[in-house]
Design a protein around this ligand. Structure first.
Ligand code: PEP
Ligand code: MN
Length: 263
């Protein structure tokens, strides 16, 4: 179902009044985790001002260590709803498991399925039963084929609103957090009609290098980006080392717009 052989024309994903996968590049931006009202609302205002069309923020965080900040959970969802109301930005947040799917779905415009859950088939089936757009992130060690088959699980249940997201894969290279596989962008665009987004933040995991990968992703043909932005990255409760501050994000957005216009 996700193959371009079956459906040659691009699929458009509609989120509120936005159309993803069409001519315009969309940028989803915001903190890794929702931390406080002040943090999420100030970030929402700043990213909107810089040209982002959606807000991201984790409420249920799948952290590598059980002793790390796990997110504000339900309170985080409520704060995202407030930021949405305040700024009009649509919201993307991660759904970590089937138990919290209903409450997450009520508070978000896009359901994010994280890299660690790309092959959680019960979760894929459950989000496939909803009619909410899904941002499906590539697993840390998943092949392009496996990503496509994970998307197939969702679409097979009747939810055709799927966006694929390249977010870096694990390689022998350890100077960066992951290796952003930009090869995946033209490959996916050829293999599937679904929109393809790139997450340069997790993809490289080095704050100063994120803008270069934002530009590269757009040049490679991505339909959009999801970028971590925080008011004070060194103080972030998760992923501060890869989060842009407001002025870095604004500058990078100007560069991205120039590349998008030149294409
Ligand atoms: C995130 O977006 O903060 C996240 C946890 O991403 P991933 O699932 O790609 O690691
Ligand atoms: Mn993160």
């Amino acid at each position: 179902l996700v193959s371009r052989e079956v459906k040659p024309e691009d699929s458009l994903v509609r989120v509120g009044d936005l159309t993803l996968g069409g001519a315009a590049i969309h940028v989803i931006a915001g903190p890794c985790s929702v931390e406080s009202r002040e943090q999420i609302i100030s970030t929402a205002q700043a990213v909107k001002q810089a040209g982002a069309t959606m807000l991201r923020g984790g409420a249920f965080k799948p952290r590598t260590s059980p002793y790390e900040f796990q997110g504000l959970k339900g309170d985080g969802l409520a704060l995202l709803a407030e930021a949405r109301k305040e700024t009009g930005l649509l919201v993307t947040t991660e759904v970590k498991d089937t138990a919290t799917l209903d409450s997450v779905a009520q508070h978000t415009d896009i359901l994010q399925v994280g890299a660690r859950n790309m092959q959680n088939f019960s979760l894929l089936e459950a989000v496939g039963e909803t009619r909410k757009p899904v941002l499906l992130k590539r697993g840390i060690s998943a092949t392009i084929k496996e990503l496509l088959m994970a998307a197939e699980y969702i679409v097979a249940r009747g939810n055709t609103q799927v966006i694929l997201c390249e977010r870096g894969i694990r390689t022998f290279e350890n100077m960066t957090r992951n290796t952003l596989d930009l090869n995946a962008v033209p490959m996916l665009k050829a293999l599937t009609h679904l929109p393809v987004f790139v997450d340069p933040s997790h993809g490289i995991g080095v704050r100063k290098a994120v803008p270069a990968m934002m530009r590269a992703a757009v040049a490679a043909g991505a339909d959009g980006l999801i970028v971590e932005v925080h008011p004070d990255p060194p103080r972030a409760r998760s992923d501060g080392f890869q989060s842009l501050d407001f002025s870095e994000f604004e500058k990078a957005m100007g560069e991205v717009r120039a590349i998008a216009q030149a294409m």
